[in-house]
Design a protein around this ligand. Structure first.
Ligand SMILES: [Zn+2]
Length: 515
């Protein structure tokens, strides 16, 4: 009895001690290093390279579809630039297979009858081009279900085919650009309102729609249609353009698929409704690249001092969709992260941990590059087998929500980092960074770290014109990038990375997820 009591007491005392020690350890996290932050700000104000990098990535190399010739050339530029800044261990790290590359080398689409006008339109990635310039009529084939195939079998060969009905276009009463108000930020900091998951019926309808679309693509390809004209989401000349075929070399090619601005789709559609034939001339040169099916991530480092075997990572995806120049998604984020590395290096400040930049590819197809990297180095999210280096990652910081400046951090439900980030954020309140959100956010590369229990964070960024203006559209171009916002981001990212790299401890983690 007595012995047991003693053990109990000792255990209780031990627990209290551990709790007290834990609490002290937490309060001992240092605040922001204002001298270092001052250095970063000074460098960014006086000698910024951030817009130069955005300019090269977007204007010079253009859209950076994964495994396209553009992205490979842009990567060589990034490696050369990072090397010229004196960063260590700069290289491309292969991962794969991703699949074939694709590029659009020529696109001309004009209505030639009853009137002449050029179409605002773009080819979808991984679709075929035309065999030279094709002049043919447009057919509206109202195909909404498999039973409709029979009606049009044998009637579409050599034609430009429209299958989608016309949708209404509303006036735009709201300005496209927006910064978060204090109230919006406060709401964003709260847990996401609970939404019921989509019911079985909705999910079934979605799956059925996807399956039908695949059958429709195959039907139109087999029927020998000259091209499939599809109305794009959005309006005002802004159009969303994604992929339309497979990057898997074992999959068959699909017919030319063209995303058309709703206004021009509408003009052709309404003309046909009046029983006036419409003729187009379309010439598309698309190329596929099968020589190297693997892709790569770009890596660069600043070696640490006494904790050099531990790392702080920062990253952004380097790839984009094809129609614009991937300026806000995500040349902006890539340039910010490269610039953060540059100002950390130029500052000459020593950091205890190694700082590692990673610019990912294959993000747009499902976070493929960052997931491959995390699996190779840290942990397998399927088996939840962790590698030794899993213990050596203090944190990962990501920028991929457009051009908007940083307003806070999504904590990804890792509430133990809140008191640390709260302090680190203080000097940036004057620059608009004021909120930590308990929420997680998805859809980009910090998820690859978070899902294996590593502290991965995406910053809260002002939406600016992201939706619907630039995100995956033909208008994601240099003009939409806000220089002052990018500079603010570079300074904040450099500061958070610096403080993480130089801290006594690694950032607190959530429990390891179950497999
Ligand atoms: Zn993105």
């Amino acid at each position: 009895m007595r012995v047991r009591k003693l053990v109990k007491f000792a255990a209780l005392f031990g627990l209290m001690f551990a709790l007290a020690w834990g609490a002290t350890a937490q309060t001992e996290w240092p605040g922001p290093d204002t001298a270092a932050i001052g250095k970063f700000q000074e460098e960014e104000q006086q000698h910024s390279h951030v817009m130069e990098v955005v300019g090269y990535l977007s204007d010079v190399y253009g859209p950076r579809l994964t495994n396209s010739p553009n992205i490979r050339e842009a990567a060589d530029y990034a490696v050369k630039t990072l090397g010229s800044w004196g960063l260590a261990n700069v290289h491309q790290e292969p991962w794969g297979p991703f699949g074939r590359g694709w590029s659009n080398d020529l696109f001309v689409a004009n209505e030639i009858a009853p009137r002449h006008f050029p179409l605002i339109a773009y080819p979808k990635a991984w679709t075929l081009g035309t065999p030279g310039a094709i002049t043919a009529e447009v057919v509206y084939a109202k195909i909404e279900k498999e039973e409709d195939f029979g009606t049009f079998r044998g009637k579409l060969k050599g034609k430009f085919v429209m299958t989608a009905p016309l949708r209404a276009v509303e006036a735009q009463f709201e300005a496209p650009g927006h910064r978060y108000t204090d109230q919006e930020l406060a709401e964003l900091a709260q847990p996401r309102p609970v939404q019921p998951p989509p019911d079985q019926g909705t999910r079934d309808r979605l799956t059925a729609q996807q399956q039908f679309n695949q059958k429709l693509v195959k039907f139109l390809t087999d029927e020998g249609a000259a091209a499939w004209l599809e109305p794009s989401p959005h309006d005002g000349g802004t159009i969303t353009v994604l992929g339309g075929g497979s990057r898997d070399p074992k999959e068959p090619f699909v017919l030319p698929r063209v995303a058309v601005a709703i206004e021009h789709y509408g003009r052709i559609f309404r003309t046909l409704e009046k029983h006036i034939p419409v003729t187009l001339t379309v010439n598309i040169v698309n190329k596929f690249y099968d020589e190297n099916l693997d892709s790569f991530n770009i890596v660069a480092e600043i070696p640490g001092t006494d904790k050099a075997d531990e790392v702080v990572m920062l990253g952004a995806h380097f790839d984009s969709w094809d129609s614009g120049t991937g300026a806000t998604d995500n040349a902006a984020g890539s340039a910010v992260m490269m610039e953060a590395m540059r100002i950390l290096k130029v500052s000459g400040l020593k950091m205890r941990r190694t700082v590692r930049l990673a610019l990912w590819t294959g993000e747009e197809e499902g976070l493929l590059g960052s997931r491959a990297y995390v699996k190779e180095h840290f942990a397998d999210r399927q088996s939840m087998q962790v590698k030794p280096d899993h213990a050596k990652v203090s944190g990962y910081f990501n920028v991929d929500n457009g051009t908007g400046k940083i307003r806070g951090v999504y904590l990804q439900a890792n509430d133990a980092v809140r008191p640390i980030f709260e302090k680190w954020m203080e000097p940036f309140a004057v620059m608009g960074m004021t909120r930590l959100s308990v929420r997680g956010t998805g859809g980009t590369d910090h998820v690859s770290f978070d899902e294996v229990g590593l502290p991965g964070f995406q910053f809260i960024q002002d939406p600016i014109e992201y939706e619907p203006r630039t995100h995956h559209t033909n208008m994601d171009v240099y003009e939409r990038v806000q220089e002052a916002d990018l500079k603010q981001m570079a300074v904040i990212v450099a500061s958070f990375v610096y403080m993480t790299a130089d801290a006594e401890e690694e950032l607190p983690r959530k429990p390891l997820p179950k497999k």
